[in-house]
Ligand binder design. Sequence first.
Ligand SMILES: *[C@@H]1O[C@H](CO)[C@@H](O)[C@H](O)[C@H]1NC(C)=O
Ligand SMILES: *[C@@H]1O[C@H](CO)[C@@H](O)[C@H](O)[C@H]1NC(C)=O
Ligand SMILES: *[C@@H]1O[C@H](CO)[C@@H](O)[C@H](O)[C@H]1NC(C)=O
Ligand SMILES: *[C@@H]1O[C@H](CO)[C@@H](O)[C@H](O)[C@H]1NC(C)=O
Ligand SMILES: *[C@@H]1O[C@H](CO)[C@@H](O)[C@H](O)[C@H]1NC(C)=O
Ligand SMILES: *[C@@H]1O[C@H](CO)[C@@H](O)[C@H](O)[C@H]1NC(C)=O
Length: 469
Amino acid sequence: MWRYLLLSMFLFVNVNTHYLYKTKWFEVPLDHFGLGRKETFKIKYLENEDYWNKNEYGPIFFYTGNEGQIEAFANYTGFMWEIAAEYQAKIVFAEHRYYGESKPFGNKSLEKEYIGYLTSAQALADYADLINYLQNNEIKPRYPVIAFGGSYGGMLAAYIRIKYPHLVAGSIAASAPIHMFPGMTKCDLFNRIVTASFKRNLYCSENIQKSWHLIRSYSSSVNGSEYLHKTLNLCGASNATDINSLIEYLESAYVTLAMVNYPFASSFLTPLPAQPVAVVCQYLNQNLANESLLEGIAKVIDVYANYGKKTKQCVDYKEGDNYQNLDAGGWDFQACTEMVMPVCSTGQNDMFEASPWNFTKFSEDCYKKYNVYPRENMARLEYGGDLLQAASNIVFSYGLLDPWTAGGFISSVSDSVDVILIADAAHHLDLMPSSPDDQSPVKDAREKHKQHISKWIDSFRARNKHVVT
Ligand SMILES: *[C@@H]1O[C@H](CO)[C@@H](O)[C@H](O)[C@H]1NC(C)=O
Ligand SMILES: *[C@@H]1O[C@H](CO)[C@@H](O)[C@H](O)[C@H]1NC(C)=O
Ligand SMILES: *[C@@H]1O[C@H](CO)[C@@H](O)[C@H](O)[C@H]1NC(C)=O
Ligand SMILES: *[C@@H]1O[C@H](CO)[C@@H](O)[C@H](O)[C@H]1NC(C)=O
Ligand SMILES: *[C@@H]1O[C@H](CO)[C@@H](O)[C@H](O)[C@H]1NC(C)=O
Ligand SMILES: *[C@@H]1O[C@H](CO)[C@@H](O)[C@H](O)[C@H]1NC(C)=O
């Protein structure tokens, strides 16, 4: 009873995401590196100057957009909005090429023949051009630029400081899995962290672990498949369940629930209640078997697929999961080229079925889809992996509930490449809008971010005195 009350109270806590910005466009070369092509296209950026003290060279807070429409990041990166007044900062959110409306070839952009200019290096070069433009093309820039980003955006925030330190004074890189690349981390760690969040709730991970075998055995007969369709409210032909798609869908749902296990309700990736893992685990909180287990799983999927929707829809499990709110379709190509991040499960130390990392298979699938083979070591060679001793002015922050922390640092790299671990925090919670339910670890992390930002701005100004005064 108490548990139920507590959960339903959380459901009413939401966060303010009504931030105001102007939408602008900036022209960039299709190809920054080969000099043979002359085509250009426009990327979108969102801008707010309400708090900016331009006359006294207030800073520019620059979000290095990641795999999704930029409005989603603008809406949920409350931290930048909440501290902008204090720093008298201008706020810019830049959209990553090939996502949202920043598509060089319109709706054909993700097709094989057009997708090849989707790389992190091209995106960083777009941002470098945009920052230069925001500095009025000055040889000695006046406004200190602080980069922010979460997840892949966090990697980009770090990488832009590494590659373009003359343009960016410092970077807050939240939940950036910068050593998730081959050979750098154990591939099962990610799913062990997912499991740990479900394990905090009695019986939850055990029930999920038991469900795989049961779901497979039901799907193997026509009447079992019909039962699954009816109980789990699945879309499509009821007498033939596409079992691999269903398992993938469920796995992805559990991963997402763990990633966005925030103390407030949010629609960042997909609409979900506050504390979504605890919410779904209330349906699996006793030792279940057979049909009662499937009924429990059905309630879990219903929360994942239908939370906040006016009319319940069937679960479109074959659709795949590219996070409707983000529109992250291009990420699959990035994962198939330079962002190779091995993930596996053992079925022993995690609640998933055993699934080894098979690079050969992964490569073959990429070739079928995009006509490309992954370059397993490309990101490491381009950006240094975890060998960042020569980098400076970067903070890497990681939430200990976040599966992506599997690809993070656990201790500081140097005096100026700092690491902040945040207890009880999911995927870049520190960048999210503050909420009355925030606990001290995330509040402390935000305070430390501000100390770093102040320090970087001061040192930029000390170096640029001759320019600014
Ligand atoms: C961002 O917030 C605005 C205002 O609340 C809303 O209209 C829009 O749909 C949101 N966009 C995304 C992608 O979250
Ligand atoms: C792509 O865009 C063109 C032109 O805007 C439009 O006519 C066409 O229907 C679109 N195709 C798809 C698949 O959305
Ligand atoms: C399906 O039919 C078989 C044979 O009649 C029966 O043993 C089994 O229990 C049925 N399964 C379900 C899920 O109804
Ligand atoms: C499922 O039903 C459809 C139409 O009702 C039928 O054509 C198909 O053969 C059935 N599949 C199986 C595996 O029974
Ligand atoms: C679940 O089903 C199996 C096989 O039909 C049966 O042996 C077992 O007793 C059932 N377990 C429960 C808890 O009902
Ligand atoms: C990996 O995948 C390849 C290609 O699909 C397959 O031939 C090979 O047996 C797989 N290796 C393992 C260890 O499963």
